[in-house]
Design a protein around this ligand. Sequence first.
Ligand code: HEC
Ligand code: HEC
Ligand code: HEC
Ligand code: HEC
Ligand code: HEC
Ligand code: HEC
Length: 328
Amino acid sequence: MPLSRCYRVKTYCVTVLLFVLVLVCAPSRAGEWHIEPYLACENCHIQHASEDGQPLPGGPFSTLLLKNTVNELCLSCHDGSDPTAPDVQQPVQMYDATASGESAAGYFGLIGADNIAGHSLGLGSVTPLQVEAEYVELSCASCHAVHGNGNYRNLLYDPRAVGDSAVLAEGSDLFAQFAPDVPPTTAGSIIAYSRDNIGYKQAYSAWCVTCHNQLSANSTASPPAHFNSHPVDVTINEFPLDLHTDPVHWTGGTGEGFADDPSGIERVPFEVPAAVDFLSSRVPAETNRIFCGSCHKAHGGQNEKSLLWSYLEGDLNFIAGCQQCHNK
Ligand code: HEC
Ligand code: HEC
Ligand code: HEC
Ligand code: HEC
Ligand code: HEC
Ligand code: HEC
């Protein structure tokens, strides 16, 4: 059949598919974005291979996306150009006026570039600290469900598609104090996505470990011991008879390693195993637990290996985070 007709048939099919998907979409949830009822198809898809009647330069793209790749699509708003969308690509300024000055996840570098300070986007690499050492190219869709789901930040239940079901739910595994505005506003997004707005309880390390499965059960070394297999999900006072930590220093929150010290940083994130809401998830105590997010940003940041302080650079604050818990 002539190309033009074949093309029309294809467009028709996709249109029907889109329509069916609208009908079967999940019921609404409050405080979630890119999920019904806030899943505006036209934010990411063109209805036909044209926009405003004009063919899209270089298009049509796969699954009729507005951009050529998932990373380009998501970053077309999340690169700081849309002031209501949380910016996840450096340089990020939107959180400058918040207490921590950053978001919970932090930020990426350029697509296709090797990012030594966090996850690299659109660049093939071997997954470190993973038994299978898979060679993958990360995109936003490696970790986030593009059409939304019930997890916090729409994080995938099964990032590697191997049958995992990693639940990380807001309201039970972690907590936020302020929900973003509906419809989104710049001020609302700054408050909602700032690091200061999140308190952690459990299940976060298990989510990271779906990919970095060598850290799963502290397999190489049981706690206490960081560097064969970082101990996570262990409380500061877990081993009271053979204490390597300094619980009083941690709870006090001043001096060595902390922000009032010239070489200190803001208190690192921690989990509160018995938390029931945002306020209780933020109370420093000897029973706080260390987790992946105590040392790493989920996207990346300014320090090597996505760390919260410059541990590998060896400058003034290179052991700041360690000192908060250990004070050696
Ligand atoms: C936030 C951006 C975004 C929004 C909003 C969005 N989509 Fe998608 N959609 C994507 C991406 C990205 C893909 C491709 C996924 C991939 O390649 O991994 C996709 C793929 C699809 C596909 C192909 C099948 C599939 O699931 O992979 C259909 C059908 C679809 N979307 C329908 C819709 C409909 C209907 C809506 C509105 C209710 C919608 N999308 C809203 C980003 C979005
Ligand atoms: C048209 C602009 C636009 C595009 C394209 C877009 N986003 Fe968003 N996204 C936003 C805005 C605005 C918000 C903040 C909404 C709010 O908090 O109310 C947001 C919020 C989010 C959140 C936080 C949601 C939550 O409920 O915690 C995630 C995660 C996210 N986007 C991922 C993505 C991914 C992945 C893609 C690509 C598949 C994408 N976005 C494409 C505008 C966009
Ligand atoms: C979808 C699989 C996947 C998930 C989920 C995942 N990672 Fe990764 N991670 C990778 C891959 C692939 C690399 C290597 C490529 C790169 O550096 O981006 C990597 C690299 C890293 C690095 C080294 C970064 C650097 O600068 O060299 C750290 C640290 C890291 N991940 C921590 C985490 C943490 C913490 C989480 C949970 C918030 C997490 N990862 C979740 C796949 C994943
Ligand atoms: C390796 C997994 C991974 C990849 C890849 C990834 N994210 Fe995330 N993202 C996360 C995690 C985990 C969180 C939650 C971090 C937290 O709150 O502690 C998050 C949080 C977010 C947020 C909330 C704002 C913030 O900074 O905390 C947005 C928006 C977002 N991601 C968008 C994106 C977009 C857009 C892409 C692609 C450019 C992307 N993510 C790629 C894991 C990932
Ligand atoms: C006590 C702080 C701390 C905790 C907790 C921690 N890490 Fe790390 N992680 C580090 C340091 C420091 C490095 C850099 C070590 C090095 O390269 O010698 C690192 C390196 C990594 C790397 C990169 C390894 C490589 O070969 O490039 C990955 C991936 C990683 N961590 C993932 C995780 C995950 C997932 C968790 C939670 C299960 C976690 N880490 C918990 C401190 C920590
Ligand atoms: C959020 C708190 C926290 C941070 C930050 C932290 N640790 Fe730990 N560390 C612990 C806990 C909890 C244990 C296990 C309990 C114990 O050993 O007493 C531990 C155990 C250790 C051990 C094992 C002790 C042994 O002899 O077996 C070493 C070594 C260690 N940490 C070094 C570090 C270094 C280096 C850093 C910085 C890169 C660091 N820690 C950051 C909380 C922390």
